[in-house]
Design a binder for this molecule. Structure first.
Ligand code: NAP
Ligand code: MG
Length: 489
């Protein structure tokens, strides 16, 4: 299917460019706007309202004003709103996918997958809204009863990154809506359009004014400050870098906010000598190349048993080298641009650092000149322990392959990082699989599979990858408080 320039323009034009506060679409207070760019062409595709600190206060005011009413809104109706939004997202999957590709760059097929994944969080939490339950018990001494109830935490501030512009939103908005919380959401500056489209869909689906408020902004710290300082805010949920997560946690300490932090990763991908190499290569392609490597769950480093490492690296290089690179709207493209020039510089620097320290380039290793921020899919072997890319989040299409001697060394290498989001393990030995899963310091493990994300499962990390879980039955708990009532009998 060829996508015309008119079609591109029409999906962008269909999106509101204003702030969404108290159920009204309105320009920013200072009437300022900022530009949204297509990373494949470096051209501006839209101008979006640039919120001021006063707009941020107004957004929180709206969320606070709606707090009590929304908390007592029938759970079934909260669920039905999410269910209707799920259906609308699925109906508009094609246009939403194109919009996402235009602002973020990922190939259209991947955008479609993200839209479906994003919608599933609404379906999942639509079903969870009516399963919020407390407990009733006799006190152990028989004198009195213990009652617990689960209640919404209150107004939330939700901050999302650019790499999954819609799914990172629905995975916070879904449980917040289901739990009966009101919220202010701030999408990343690079990708505000997907979130604005999502807000339009929620509005059409019957979400009452003030429950969700959207602030698009080019100065995230300036709009976040008045919200974070306001004692009426009760929770912050953040997905993004560990660096910014630390700053928000420091701010959250002032008012002792509930906090959820989905931060960076440095996922190891372990291939044991009893693994099915072809299956491991297939898993590696997904774990590395999904989202052009710009995923917190991206396999950042491959640790392969000595005996299999040459075969693995060669097969992986053949697969990655054959992936067509280009603008995400073009037919057959599997690798889109990186988000911006800074990100491409960083990837390029990390590859240069590794090669200067002795790593060999099997395939790729170069940026693409011309328009947009492209970098070739790359496989590196003989990567020495001190190469920076084994330590830092690459966020690009680069696969460093290192080797290990035995299981103990593999686990030690995997855990040798400040991060702890996800690890991938390929082995055909069941006992080893269980041993290694237990020994890994991560919140998630992909066992003989290259992707873990699933709305029905608890997504999240440990160590510098943060805490709190999104999705699954755990996801809604992040938005609920437990109240205990001691009853005399
Ligand atoms: P980022 O720079 O931390 O930004 C994330 C969000 O925080 C954006 O909305 C950003 O706004 C905002 N922000 C930045 N500085 C802020 C401040 N001082 N106060 C308040 N908000 C602030 O991360 P990114 O570059 O967008 O995304 C990449 C990172 O996200 C990677 O480290 C990746 O691993 C992580 N990530 C984690 C998960 C997970 O679930 N664990 C999922 C996806 C991504 P602006 O865009 O306006 O700067
Ligand atoms: Mg950033």
């Amino acid at each position: 299917m060829t996508i015309t320039a008119e079609h591109e323009k029409s999906v962008v034009d269909a999106v509101a460019r204003d702030l969404y506060i108290g159920g009204r679409w309105q320009p920013a207070g200072g009437r300022r706007t900022f530009a949204v760019e297509d990373p494949a062409t470096a051209e501006t595709i839209a101008e979006v309202a640039d919120a001021t600190p006063d707009d941020a206060r107004a957004a929180l005011d709206a969320a606070v004003a709606m707090r009590a009413e929304w908390a007592s809104h029938p759970p079934r109706e909260r669920g039905e709103i999410l269910r209707r939004a799920f259906e609308r997202i699925v109906e508009r999957q094609d246009d939403l996918a194109l919009l996402m590709t235009l602002e973020m760059g990922k190939p259209i097929a991947e955008s479609r997958t993200e839209i479906a994944y994003a919608a599933e969080f609404f379906r999942w939490f639509a079903e969870e809204a009516v399963r919020i339950e407390g407990r009733f018990a006799a006190a152990p001494n028989g004198q009195g009863r213990l009652l617990t109830m689960r209640q919404p935490v209150g107004p939330c501030y939700l901050v999302t990154p650019w790499n999954f512009p819609m799914a990172m939103g629905t995975r916070k908005i879904g449980p917040a809506v289901a739990a009966g919380c009101t919220m202010v959401i701030k999408p990343a500056q690079k990708t505000p359009l997907s979130m604005l489209a999502l807000a339009q869909i929620l509005e059409e689906s019957g979400l009452p004014p003030g429950v969700l408020n959207v602030l698009t902004s080019s100065s995230s710290s300036a709009v976040s400050k008045p919200i974070m300082e306001d004692p009426r805010l009760r929770k912050v949920s953040f997905t993004g870098s560990t660096e910014v997560g630390r700053k928000l946690m420091a701010q959250a300490s002032e008012n002792l906010l509930r906090v959820s932090m989905e931060l960076g990763g440095n996922a190891p991908f372990l291939v044991f000598d009893d693994a099915d190499v072809d299956a491991a290569v297939e898993g590696a392609v997904i774990a590395k190349m999904r989202n052009v490597g710009e995923a917190c769950t991206a396999a950042n480093r491959f640790h392969v048993a000595d005996r299999l490492s040459d075969e693995f690296a060669e097969k992986l290089a053949r697969r990655l080298g054959a992936m067509p690179v280009g603008r995400g709207t073009e037919d057959g493209v599997e690798v889109g641009p990186l988000i911006d020039e800074d990100q491409r510089d960083k990837v390029s620097e990390l590859v240069d650092d590794a090669t200067h320290r002795g790593a060999s380039v099997v395939v790729g290793g170069r940026r693409r000149d011309g328009r947009g921020y492209f970098y070739e899919p790359t496989v590196l072997t003989d990567v020495p322990d001190d190469a920076r890319l084994l330590d830092e989040e690459i966020f690009g299409p680069v696969a460093p392959v290192a080797t290990f001697d035995d299981e103990e060394a593999a686990v030690a290498a995997a855990n040798d990082t400040e991060y702890g989001l996800v690890a991938y393990v390929y082995t055909s030995d069941l006992k080893r699989a269980m041993r290694v899963c237990e020994a890994l310091d991560t919140g998630m493990v992909g066992l003989n599979q290259g992707m873990v994300s699933n709305p029905a499962a608890p997504f999240g990390g440990v160590k510098a990858s943060g805490f709190g879980r999104e999705g699954g039955r755990e996801g809604i708990a992040e938005y609920l408080e437990t109240k205990y009532v001691a009853m005399a009998m």
